[in-house]
Write a protein that binds this ligand. Structure first.
Ligand SMILES: Nc1ncnc2c1ncn2[C@@H]1O[C@H](COP(=O)(O)OP(=O)(O)OP(=O)(O)O)[C@@H](O)[C@H]1O
Ligand SMILES: [Mg+2]
Length: 330
């Protein structure tokens, strides 16, 4: 792979979820920590769409927040364009402009009291990229780029539909001319018919502006047509990373297989669907060894003791002690 645009190594985030001090003293409780992410490493090459998938609570948004500097990691490093980010000090201004983020809920992420033109031009102002007149013209131009009309600069967010608001959020993310956009569930608040339009728009913009995406979704059908590579998260750890298309045809990790088994069969091949079995364990006290072992059909002794490390697979890498015993995917 060429020099990656984003490189993440050993990223870990713990949250202190202890009861208040006095309760702990009276009840003789220890401090409690929740590990939202443990030892997550991956790279994203320029122009790629790297997707992170996983069930609710698997730590997808926590990774997104660490990558864009909203949350400091407990351990691990983030390197952007060859420059290691001092996560304690926050992302330096010179790099900050090159990152943007699109959130799940386009209403909550847009200031309801601002006109759309001001919302879109805000990053331009923050980074001092243009004078106010040029910024206003740029906002109008970007509205057209995302399929709205230039005259919409004077409207307020509530005057738009959910899909249109997500287009405004995208226009805003583009205004500082970023290279890299983190999209956390960009379409999951939207109607299915609108989801496809937004994903198509994102892909067109990627081609036009050479963007690199980190795309986060719990929905495999969203990432399927968008992703160069896909990382599968389970309880805060990356269990498999694979080329986008091949993950669907040749999943390696038993958890990935379980997730794919639950996806509706679009090809109508008559394959039976199986619901995802079991529940995600409590991240405050995860099972020892491989956290997936209580749900895994291939579990053996070693899985209960030792955390599996990532190993190469024909389609990428996977962290599983049972890989050698896996039959090829049906
Ligand atoms: N500020 C916080 N304080 C304590 N725990 C947190 C905090 N933020 C996240 N967590 C916990 O970390 C874990 C991962 O949360 P995260 O939001 O990253 O999951 P997610 O994969 O994005 O889930 P979803 O699909 O529901 O958005 C969860 O168990 C969550 O409860
Ligand atoms: Mg989330």
């Amino acid at each position: 792979m060429a020099e990656p645009l984003l490189k993440i190594e050993g990223l870990t985030r713990r949250f202190d979820v202890s009861k208040p001090w006095l309760n702990r003293v009276i009840e003789r409780d220890e401090k409690q920590f929740l590990t939202a992410n443990a030892d997550v490493s991956f790279e994203i090459a320029k122009g790629e769409t790297f997707a992170l998938v996983g069930e609710s609570g698997s730590g997808k948004s926590t990774i997104a927040k660490m990558v864009v500097g909203l949350l400091p990691p407990s351990a691990g490093t983030i390197t952007f364009a060859g420059q290691k980010i001092d996560t304690g000090a926050g992302i330096p201004r010179s790099l900050r402009r090159r990152f943007q983020m699109i959130f799940q809920d386009p209403f909550a992420s847009l200031n309801p009291r601002w006109r759309v033109g001001e919302i879109i031009a805000e990053p331009i102002r923050t980074f001092g990229l243009m004078n106010p007149t040029d910024a206003r013209n740029e906002a109008a131009r970007l509205l057209e780029v995302v399929g709205l009309s230039a005259g919409d600069v004077n409207k307020f967010p509530h005057e738009f539909s959910g899909g249109q608001r997500q287009r405004i959020a995208i226009a805003r993310a583009l205004s500082s001319k970023p290279e890299f956009i983190v999209c956390d569930e960009p379409t999951s608040a939207l109607d299915v018919s609108v989801q496809a339009q937004i994903l198509n728009l994102m892909r067109d913009l990627q081609d036009e502006f050479g963007l690199t995406y980190l795309l986060i979704s719990h929905d495999l059908s969203v990432v399927r047509h968008m992703s160069t590579r896909i990382g599968v998260l389970y309880l805060g750890r990356l269990v498999e990373v694979a080329q986008g298309k091949r993950l669907f045809s040749e999943p390696q990790h038993p958890y990935t297989r379980m997730l794919l088994d639950a996806v509706p069969d679009l090809a109508l091949s008559g394959r039976r669907r199986h619901a995802v079995e079991g529940e995600i364990p409590n991240p405050i006290s995860p099972p020892p060894g491989c956290a997936f072992h209580p749900r895994c059909p291939l579990v053996h002794d070693r899985c209960k003791r030792e955390v599996p490390q990532p190993r190469p697979t024909p389609i990428g890498q996977a962290a599983c002690h049972a890989l050698d015993r896996l039959a090829p995917a049906a």
